[in-house]
Design a binder for this molecule. Structure first.
Ligand code: GRF
Length: 190
């Protein structure tokens, strides 16, 4: 399956997908990485993995329409079957989402529908939730609200610290995002 990854951060999920693809464990071809941050860690990972990448910085555009138009341009003519948001921190408009209807998935660090939006791990921790996790879901215009594809749960121990919890959730993300991509591929191709 031909995929594009959109990421704004350090890119550990992106790197994991690159590794699984390279090792023949996940049947995907990563056609392109798009990031909206010129200093994002995912850029160096793309360079060292020889994956094409493009920086499309939202700050360079007067409107979000122009910004998204540039992303659509960067994706077009690449026969992209699935767009994977892997730590992408910009909300995509209804127009953008609908132009790739049911072909965008996102990884979110909570057990949705709990803790939608930013700082989900911190909020679950502060809230003293007994359980949290991560979710892969289809993207719809409402933030973190599309149909769930895969989730993984873990208990928050009473003596847990936030950094350990973040690390555990990231490790779980590296397991369920590839599963979510496979599942989404089956749904898209059915
Ligand atoms: C992940 O926790 C993801 O759920 C969140 O941003 C983080 C990205 O991590 N939306 P990385 O850049 O893939 O390391």
């Amino acid at each position: 399956m031909r995929i594009a990854v959109l990421a704004s951060g350090k890119g550990s999920n992106f790197q994991n997908l690159v590794n699984l693809s390279r090792d023949g464990i996940l049947d995907i071809e990563i056609i392109k990485l798009i990031t909206n941050k010129s200093n994002a860690g995912c850029i160096n990972k793309a360079i060292s993995s020889k994956i094409r990448y493009e920086v499309i910085n939202d700050k360079d555009f007067k409107t979000s329409e122009e910004f998204e138009y540039q992303i659509i341009n960067a994706l077009s003519n690449n026969q992209i079957e699935l767009i994977v948001l892997a730590g992408w921190m910009k909300i995509l408009s209804e127009r953008f989402v609908n132009s790739f209807k049911n072909r965008i998935i996102n990884i979110h660090p909570s057990l949705l529908p709990s803790f939608k939006g930013n700082k989900a791990i911190e909020r679950a921790f502060i809230n003293k939730s007994l359980i949290t996790g991560c979710s892969v879901h289809f993207v719809v215009p409402e933030v973190d609200s599309g149909e769930l594809i895969v989730q993984a749960a873990l208990a928050i121990k009473s003596d847990e610290n936030i950094e350990d919890l973040k690390e555990k959730i990231h490790s779980l993300e590296h397991i369920i995002l590839p599963q979510g991509i496979s599942e989404a591929g089956l749904i898209i191709r059915s």
